[in-house]
Design a protein around this ligand. Sequence first.
Ligand code: HEC
Ligand code: HEC
Ligand code: HEC
Ligand code: HEC
Ligand code: HEC
Length: 215
Amino acid sequence: MQVFSRRFVLGLKLCALAIALAIFIALLAWRIMIKPHPAVGAPVEQVVAFSHKHHVGDDGFDCRYCHTSVETSAFAGIPPTHTCMTCHSQLFTDQPMLAPVIDSLRSGKPIHWKRIHDLPDFVYFNHSIHIAKGVGCEECHGRVDLMPLTWRVAPLTMQWCLACHRDPAMHLRPVEHVFDMGWKPTEDQRELGTKLVAAYHIHTSTLTDCSTCHR
Ligand code: HEC
Ligand code: HEC
Ligand code: HEC
Ligand code: HEC
Ligand code: HEC
C-alpha cells in the first residue's frame, strides 16, 4: 500500500532537484564573485616577459611613469602599449620578446596582462589615499624592483587590511619616500610612525568600520 500519492512523491523529488540546482548556482556565483588571486610568491607568466627588475631595479624608472594614476585615483593603472613604445620604438624592436607589444600597437588591441591583485567587487580599495598618507608601495607589494616577473607578497585578506588599519604607525614613512624601494627608517619606527600619524591626521578610530571598505 502507498502512503503518499505518486504525484506527491514526484513533487517532492522535483523540489529536491530545484533546491540542489539553486545551491549549485549560488556556489557558482560565489566562486565567480571571489576570483582567486595567483598564489603569494608565485611569479605570474605574461604574454610579454615584462621585468620590473630591469625597468625599475636596473634602469631606475619611476612607478608613476607606467602606473600613472596611482596618486590620483583608486586604480593604479596598467600602462597602455604606447607607453612601452616611447622607448621600444627605438630599443630592442627586433627582439622576439617584444613581438606581442609590436602586434598590439599595429592591431590596436591592448596587451592582455593577467591580474596579480584583484579584490572581490564588494571591497572598496583606493590607492591615492594610501600614497597620500605615507604607505609605501613596498609595504603592500614588496621589493618589486627585484622581480623579473611580478608576484604577490600580501595575503589581501580582510585580516591583513585590518591589522594595518588598527595600528598603521609601524607601516608609515615620510610621503617623499613612498615610491622608494628598500627604504629604511633612520630613527625608531614606532616613534617616527606616531609622529606621522599625527602629522598626516590619520584617524584610526574609523579605519576599522565595516563601511570604510564595504560601501
Ligand atoms: C616601464 C613600466 C613600468 C614601471 C616603471 C613600473 N611598472 Fe609595475 N607594471 C608594469 C606592467 C607592464 C605590469 C603588468 C605586467 C606584470 O604584472 O608584471 C605591471 C604590474 C605591476 C603590479 C601588479 C599589478 C596587478 O596585476 O595586480 C604591481 C603591484 C606593480 N606593477 C607595481 C609597480 C611599482 C611599485 C613600481 C615602481 C617601484 C612599478 N610597478 C613600476 C609596468 C611598469
Ligand atoms: C622609459 C623607457 C622604457 C619604457 C617606457 C619601457 N621599456 Fe622595456 N626596456 C627599456 C630598457 C632600457 C630595456 C633594457 C633593460 C635592461 O636590460 O636593463 C628594456 C627591456 C625590455 C625587454 C627585454 C627584456 C628585458 O627585460 O631586458 C622587454 C620584453 C621590455 N623591455 C618590455 C617592455 C614593455 C612591455 C613595456 C611597456 C609596459 C616597456 N618595456 C616599457 C626601456 C623601457
Ligand atoms: C595599502 C596597500 C597598497 C599600497 C600602499 C599600494 N598598493 Fe597597489 N594594490 C593594492 C591592492 C589591494 C590592489 C588590488 C586592487 C583591486 O583589486 O581593486 C593593488 C593593485 C595594484 C595594481 C594593479 C592595478 C590596480 O590598481 O588594481 C598596480 C599596478 C599597483 N597596485 C601598483 C602600486 C604602486 C605603484 C604603488 C605605490 C605608488 C602601490 N600599488 C601601493 C594595495 C596597495
Ligand atoms: C600598511 C598599512 C595599510 C594596509 C595594509 C591597508 N591600509 Fe587602508 N589605509 C591605511 C592608512 C594609513 C589610511 C589613511 C587613513 C586616514 O587618512 O585616516 C588608509 C585608508 C584607507 C581607506 C580610506 C578611508 C577613508 O576614511 O576614506 C580605505 C577605503 C582603505 N584604506 C581600504 C583598505 C583595504 C580594502 C585594504 C586591504 C586590501 C587596506 N586598506 C590595507 C593603511 C593601510
Ligand atoms: C580595511 C578594510 C576592511 C574593513 C574595515 C572590513 N572589511 Fe570585510 N573584507 C575586506 C576584504 C579585503 C575582504 C575580502 C577578503 C578575501 O577576498 O579573502 C573582506 C571580506 C568580507 C566578507 C566576505 C567573507 C570573507 O571573510 O571573505 C564579509 C562578510 C565581510 N568582509 C564583512 C565585514 C564586516 C562585518 C566588517 C565590519 C566589522 C568588515 N568586513 C570590515 C576588507 C575589510
